[in-house]
Design a protein around this ligand. Structure first.
Ligand SMILES: [Zn+2]
Length: 139
């Protein structure tokens, strides 16, 4: 499995431990600690040993997906609606057909600037190039 190398190194540094000290505290050998900090690959047993040495829940070492940032302001304070749904009234992408209306969408909002994002169906995306009133922003 993979863990977050960045998070592991930060936790170790917060304790002012060397890799060797973490190895001793966790009962792992130094080479294992060095490998885990380099590429994040770790056995479940080693992950538990590291978490115990750092006094944290093993899940706190899990690799997290890269943060999704707002394309407008760059904030990471983004909330996403957790249940996919279909629009039932006005089409938010006028002229791109009913394909969008039947597509499940999952909107997200940037709490910093208010930017709202959602994904259009493939059919709607194909139509956008030729549909009336839709124009490429970047030429
Ligand atoms: Zn924003």
């Amino acid at each position: 499995m993979k863990i977050s190398t960045e998070h592991l190194v930060r936790l170790r540094n917060e304790r002012s431990w060397s890799q060797e000290e973490l190895a001793i505290a966790s009962g792992l050998n130094l080479r294992t600690v060095q490998r885990v900090e380099r590429d994040g690959s770790v056995s479940l047993q080693s992950k538990k040993a590291l978490a115990a040495a750092l006094d944290i829940d093993p899940r706190d070492l899990d690799a997290k997906p890269a943060a999704r940032l707002c394309p407008v302001c760059g904030s990471d304070d983004i909330y996403e609606y957790q249940t996919a749904y279909s629009f039932s009234s006005d089409d938010p992408l006028p002229g791109l057909g009913s394909a969008f209306l039947s597509a499940k969408i999952r909107p997200s909002i940037c709490l910093a600037c208010g930017n709202v994002q959602f994904s259009a169906s493939e059919d709607a995306r194909k139509k956008a190039r030729t549909a009336k009133h839709w124009k490429a922003v970047n030429g």
